[in-house]
Design a protein. Structure first.
Length: 426
C-alpha cells in the first residue's frame, strides 16, 4: 500500500528488533573525542550491508551517509539527521612502568568531556587495548592541567589529567598512548523499559538515526511515499563541537539543507524520562531555527493526534504516542553551531538519566561547597533512557522523512492571517 504524504509511519517500515540490537551494540562501544574509531568501524560495516547507500568523509573526519541514487524531496531542501560519535572518556597520554614508580604500573589519562571533579575520586576505569582486551585500574590523583601556550601544551590546554594505578597482577603490555579508557561498568541491560548503558549520549542517537534511515530505505524500495534522508555524524562534540564546526567550514553541507540534530539531554522534572522524545527549541546558548522547529513539532503533533502512529490497530486501542517540546537549558547542542554558521537546524533529543555518567547529579551539585569539596559520595553510573522514548524518536524521524513542511510554512501562515484580518486595523 502506498502512503499518502501525510501518512504516519507503518509497522513494517521500522525494524524494531534490529533497532534495539543496534542501540545495545553502539552504546557499549568505547569512544572519546578524536578516538571514535570503533563507532566508525561499526558504521562502515552497517553501510556496507546496504549497497544502496554510500559513505563520504570531510577533512575533519565527519561521516556523510546518503543513498547512492537520491530520490529527492518535494517539500524543501535536503533533510539531514545528525548526531555525534564521541562520549566523555579518557585517552591514554603516557604509561609509566615499575622502573619509574615502585608502587606499580601506572598510566596518565587525559579526560575529554565535561564531568565534575567529585566523580573522579577513586573511580574505577578500564584501559581498552586495540585488540579489545581491557586492563582495570583506579584513579589515584588529579594532575595539573596544562596552561594554554605554545606547542603540545597548547593542544592539551583545558583537559583534565589523572594518574591511574593498574590492579595487582595487571600489566601495561599492549596498552598504547592514544588508547581509550572508560569508566568500569557492567554490561548494558534493559530493565523495566529502561536502558542502562555506558554511553547513550550520543550513541543512542546514532542508533536512532540509522534505524530511521533503514526505515526510509525499506519504504522507498517498496514504493511508499517517503522523502530521502541523509545522515551526518560528527566527531569531538564533547570538547566544543569541533567536528560540527569543521563540517560547517568544509562546505559539504548544502546551503539549503535542513538539519535535525539528535541529542541525549539531561532530564529534569519538567522533561521526564518516559515522557517521549523532545523537540528541543533551544539550549543554554541559543534558540534554534523557529520554522524548522515548528515543522518538526507539527509532525509530532500529527503522530500524537493520529492515535495509531506506527501501530496497525484500532484508534481506540492504540497507546498514546508521547512527545515533549522543551528548551532543555542543561547543556549546549550542535544545532547551535549549525545555526550560527547560517544553516537551518533544530534538535530532537531523548531525556537522559545520569547525564555524562554522573549519578545523583542533583544531590552532588547541591552538596558541593565553595571550595569544590563534596560532602557525600559521587559515583559514576551508567546512563539511562526509556526504550519507549527511543522508539518515539525513530517514529518522529521517519514521519519527518515522509513529509516535512517547507521552511516558509510559518511565514505563509502569518501572511494568511494578516490578509484575512488586517481590516480590523483600519
Amino acid at each position: 500500500m502506498t502512503k499518502t504524504p501525510d501518512a504516519p509511519a507503518q509497522p513494517d517500515s521500522i525494524d524494531r528488533e534490529g533497532s534495539h540490537r543496534w542501540l545495545l551494540e553502539l552504546t557499549q562501544l568505547p569512544t572519546a573525542a578524536g578516538r571514535e574509531d570503533r563507532v566508525i568501524a561499526w558504521i562502515e560495516r552497517w553501510v556496507s550491508e546496504r549497497p544502496s547507500l554510500e559513505i563520504a568523509r570531510d577533512g575533519s573526519g565527519n561521516l556523510y551517509i546518503a543513498p547512492r541514487e537520491g530520490w529527492g524531496r518535494e517539500d524543501g531542501g535536503p533533510l539531514y539527521v545528525t548526531a555525534h560519535l564521541d562520549h566523555p572518556a579518557f585517552v591514554v597520554e603516557a604509561i609509566e612502568g615499575d622502573e619509574i614508580n615502585e608502587a606499580g604500573r601506572e598510566a596518565i589519562l587525559e579526560f575529554r568531556g565535561g564531568v565534575m571533579d567529585a566523580y573522579f575520586e577513586d573511580a574505577r576505569v578500564e584501559l581498552v587495548r586495540s585488540d579489545e582486551s581491557r586492563t582495570p585500574a583506579t584513579l589515584i590523583r588529579k594532575l595539573e592541567t596544562p596552561e594554554a601556550g605554545a606547542g603540545e601544551s597548547q593542544k592539551k590546554a583545558g583537559f583534565k589529567r589523572y594518574r591511574a594505578r593498574l590492579d595487582d597482577g595487571e600489566t601495561t603490555e599492549g596498552v598504547s598512548v592514544g588508547d581509550v579508557a572508560i569508566w568500569a561498568f557492567p554490561r548494558a541491560e534493559i530493565v523495566d523499559g529502561l536502558l542502562h548503558t555506558n554511553a547513550c549520549d550520543d550513541l543512542a542517537a546514532v542508533a536512532a538515526a540509522f534505524s530511521a534511515l533503514d526505515a526510509t530505505l525499506r519504504a522507498h524500495e517498496r514504493g511508499d511515499s517517503v522523502g530521502e534522508m541523509r545522515v551526518l555524524l560528527t566527531r569531538a562534540e564533547e570538547i566544543g563541537f569541533v567536528g560540527a564546526i569543521g563540517a560547517c567550514r568544509e562546505g559539504m553541507i548544502p546551503s539549503d539543507a535542513r538539519l535535525i540534530a539528535l541529542e541525549n539531554s539531561r532530564s529534569f522534572a519538567e522533561s521526564p524520562i518516559g515522557g517521549g522524545p523532545i523537540v528541543r527549541v533551544g539550549d543554554k546558548v541559543s534558540v534554534f531555527d523557529t520554522e524548522l522547529t515548528g515543522a518538526v513539532a507539527k509532525r509530532a503533533e500529527q503522530l500524537a493526534s493520529s492515535g495509531q502512529h506506527e501501530l496497525n490497530v484500532d484508534k481506540t486501542e492504540a497507546p498514546k504516542w508521547k512527545w515533549q517540546r522543551k528548551l532543555m537549558p542543561g547543556g549546549a547542542c550542535e544545532a547551535s553551531a549549525f545555526c550560527t554558521y547560517g544553516f537551518s537546524a533544530t534538535c530532537v533529543c531523548l531525556p537522559l538519566g545520569n547525564y555524562h555518567n554522573m549519578g545523583e547529579l542533583d544531590k552532588v551539585q547541591a552538596g558541593v561547597g565553595a571550595d569544590g569539596s563534596y560532602d557525600g559520595t559521587a559515583r559514576v553510573e551508567r546512563e539511562t533512557i526509556a526504550i519507549a522514548d527511543y522508539d518515539g524518536m525513530v517514529d518522529l524521524l521517519l514521519a519527518c522523512a515522509v513529509t516535512l513542511p517547507a521552511a516558509s510554512a510559518l511565514r505563509d501562515r502569518f501572511e494568511k492571517l494578516y490578509g484575512e484580518r488586517a481590516y480590523v486595523l483600519g
